[in-house]
Design a binder for this molecule. Structure first.
Ligand code: DAH
Length: 344
């Protein structure tokens, strides 16, 4: 009987040692200490032991029972701690957290919003017109004669599949000036339009991306003069570049304006003193002029009664000038390189 009890104890202890889960511990407990467990049955047999030995066997049986119970309890504790320590590790609040990356608006989007706000404050309304457009709106209606070599200066992407008898081929807008015609055909004067859009030209090198942005103003009203044009551009330049930056207009030629100008501003690097970038203290910003009478006519507006002024500048250009950003390769602006984009 004693040997049997010792055998039960050893068997139970080795099961307990090997148990890897609380369930298997419970199973072991049932197997040895349950109603029909091995030890329970053995204890029932103690009454068969001769009387003189019964007390000693009884004591041994009790010892075995206690040993098994203690081993079960301590193993249970052990297993619980193990699984708990795993959970605790997972929610350790002292661990340094992983910050979720937070994005921001693209630098060009930020510039577009700023430009929009400046012109809005003097009554210009931002509009949107097609960026896939007919030739007529981009060239013909803007007073470019058919097959005129000036069209080549715009290095346009044409879409071969579509052709209209009235409007010619389709293209990707090479400038925002097509918005002038769209605006005049859909609104009556007085007009104060700001058209900011994507523009496309067949050029891709360190200084050019095939897609860039322009912002175009058009004002049409009675009695508009070059003074209004200059005042508007000066207001924009001072708001965007700072109060010390001056503006000058230089005679130039565009098909759709008469007279036409190029607009320069004080160099943002040397502030007008003259440097490597500007040479004589001025930087060229973009085009402007008084709307050509033919263009007013093509927009359904009587040139005898109304005058217009317009301007078209590059968003990327004004932003890079203001920030004095000497980017080695302009194409970076439209790459998805976060090391670059996150700086703005
Ligand atoms: N469309 C011209 C370009 O892309 C810029 C321009 C010049 C726009 C004179 C105008 C303007 O509205 O009056 O080069």
């Amino acid at each position: 009987m004693e040997e049997e009890l010792i055998g039960i104890k050893n068997a139970a202890l080795s099961f307990i040692l090997e148990a890897e889960s609380l369930e298997s511990i419970e199973e072991t407990k049932l197997q040895f200490l349950g109603k029909n467990g091995r030890l329970t049955i053995a204890i029932k047999d103690i009454k068969k032991v001769p009387e003189d030995k019964r007390a000693a066997v009884g004591m041994l049986a009790n010892e075995v029972k206690e040993t098994i119970e203690r081993a079960i309890e301590s193993k249970k504790q052990n297993l619980k701690e193990k699984s708990l320590s795993h959970v605790v590790k997972k929610i350790d609040v002292t661990n340094p957290g992983k910050a979720a990356p937070i994005g921001h608006l693209h630098l060009i989007t930020q510039a577009i919003e700023e430009i929009t706000d400046i012109f809005k404050s003097i009554g210009f309304t931002r509009v949107k017109y097609p960026e896939v457009e007919w030739d007529w709106f981009s060239f013909t209606a803007l007073n470019f004669p058919q097959n005129h070599p000036a069209r080549d200066d715009w290095e346009t992407f044409f879409i071969d599949e579509r052709q209209s008898d009235k409007f010619g081929p389709m293209l990707l807008t090479p400038h925002t000036s097509s918005g002038q015609i769209r605006e005049m055909l859909s609104n009556k004067p007085p007009i104060k339009m700001l058209n900011i859009a994507k523009t496309y030209r067949r050029q891709a090198d360190v200084g050019h991306t095939p897609m860039f942005h322009q912002f175009e103003t058009l004002a049409v009203s009675e009695n508009l003069s070059i003074g209004h044009l200059k005042g508007t551009l000066e207001y924009f330049v001072r708001s965007f570049f700072g109060p010390n930056i001056k503006t000058r207009i230089r005679p130039y030629h565009f098909e759709f304006t008469e007279p036409s100008f190029e607009v320069d501003i004080t160099c943002t690097v040397c502030l007008g003193k003259g440097c490597k970038l500007c040479k004589e203290g001025w930087l060229e910003m973009g085009g402007a002029g008084m709307v050509h009478p033919n263009v007013l006519k093509n927009g359904g507006i009587d040139p005898q009664k109304y005058r217009g002024f317009a301007s078209g500048w590059g968003v990327e250009r004004v932003l890079l000038m203001r920030e004095n950003l000497n980017i080695d390769d302009l194409r970076l602006v439209y790459s998805s390189k976060l090391e670059f984009l996150e700086q703005f």
